[in-house]
Design a protein around this ligand. Sequence first.
Ligand code: ZN
Length: 106
Amino acid sequence: MTLYCGNCYILFDGKRCPVCGRKSARGPEPDDPCFLTEKEQLWGEMLADVLKQNGIPFIGKNVLGAGLSLKTGPMRERIRFYVPYGRLTEAGDIVEGLFSAPVEEE
Ligand SMILES: [Zn+2]
């Protein structure tokens, strides 16, 4: 059975969350935010646009703090995306469609 960790926003199988170790007894609800993917800022902004176009609500969190991004530059910043569980499959398809195809650059 798939369970949901409301602390880490991830789905997992088993008794404890593999990230925080917390026990969870409940499965995901349609509105629970779930981890979708993590992308560099450039791709993250693209993905955010496509999710908006498809009407999928999402939460984007920068992975690096402001201090670190000063050192590495904004291009190295990564964004984690979370979408409601009820839209996770749909959003996953979008990510796959966007990022699994070979990227053609000029
Ligand atoms: Zn957790």
